[in-house]
Design a protein around this ligand. Structure first.
Ligand SMILES: C[S@@+](CC[C@H](N)C(=O)[O-])C[C@H]1O[C@@H](n2cnc3c(N)ncnc32)[C@H](O)[C@@H]1O
Length: 269
């Protein structure tokens, strides 16, 4: 089954306007598959009918569910580990020195997916500074992955890059399901947040560090610029922004200062 080109363009425009995620022609097959899966789920027979339903409820539950089917949530513990180490070993030390121990260090994992990124940070922080006062906020547009993060139960695949001694220290293995310990979970809170929702973005304030990795690639220039501006506002003066390895602010640094620490690019407010 295929959908017409005009239905594809109209549906992808609705998705773009809500989530900023851009679906080019080369992703049409995947896109179609998700349209049919949603149609089947709710008992709609034609793509045209599905389109009308989304147009009628531009901020409705069905659009949210559709977008959730379309997001790429690939993530795993200790992804791009050199960057995480650089943060914990170099930058966190600097932040810690400047902050009163009674005020928590606020870290935001923007687009946290199912929690592997914020929990990796919490584990590495615990290894280096076991008594540090800090909080991590994990946000994502996708409620399904956020609830996985809240549960904190992972498969062996998610832990493929984690050394055995760390797995046995921080997880309980029950029939090959790995339950993260409460001592780590308690540092991380999850919240749904759409990175292109300016109003919601402006509610996230006073952060010392933002990790936004492997998501900017899904946005066009216009949205990337707005997201970076929001991050700038959400950071405390001197705060840090980390992007994924294949992402950068390029020439458009806006007001950020570029730092190069141990070959890791970091941006500072
Ligand atoms: C590939 S994962 C990256 C996870 C993690 N940061 C990492 O690097 O391993 C990208 C995440 O971005 C989320 N995402 C996509 N569009 C978004 C938006 N508009 N607002 C918030 N999150 C979004 C997806 O739901 C997905 O979980």
């Amino acid at each position: 089954m295929v959908i017409s080109q005009s239905a594809f363009l109209d549906l992808s425009k609705i998705v773009y306007e809500y989530s900023g995620n851009h679906f080019e022609e080369n992703k049409k097959y995947f896109f179609e598959k998700q349209v049919f899966s949603r149609m089947k789920e709710i008992g709609v027979n034609t793509a045209q009918e599905y389109l009308s339903l989304l147009i009628k409820n531009p901020k409705g539950e069905e659009l949210k569910k559709f977008v959730e089917e379309l997001t790429t949530n690939e993530t795993y513990f200790f992804r791009e580990k050199k960057q995480l180490d650089c943060f914990v070993q170099e930058i966190l030390h600097t932040i810690k020195e400047l902050k009163s121990p009674t005020v928590p260090i606020n870290i935001w994992s923007a687009a946290s997916s199912s929690g592997e990124e914020p929990y990796s940070l919490a584990i590495l922080i615990n290894e280096k500074f076991p008594n540090l006062n800090y909080k991590i906020l994990g946000t994502d547009i996708n409620r399904r992955v956020l609830s996985m993060g809240e549960k904190g139960v992972y498969s062996k695949r998610s832990l493929k890059d984690v050394p055995e001694h760390i797995i046995s220290k921080y997880f309980e293995n029950k029939n090959n399901e790995f339950f993260l310990k409460e001592s780590i979970k308690r540092h991380v809170k999850f919240q749904q947040l759409n990175l292109i929702d300016n109003f919601a973005m402006s509610s996230i304030k006073y952060h010392d560090v933002i990790f936004c990795r492997n998501v900017l690639i899904y946005f066009d220039e216009k949205h990337r610029k707005k997201i970076i501006e929001s991050f700038y506002r959400s950071l405390n003066k001197g705060g840090y922004l980390f992007l994924g390895h294949s992402e950068s602010l390029g020439r458009d640094l806006q007001n950020f200062k570029l730092l190069n620490q141990r070959n890791n690019i970091t941006y500072q407010k």
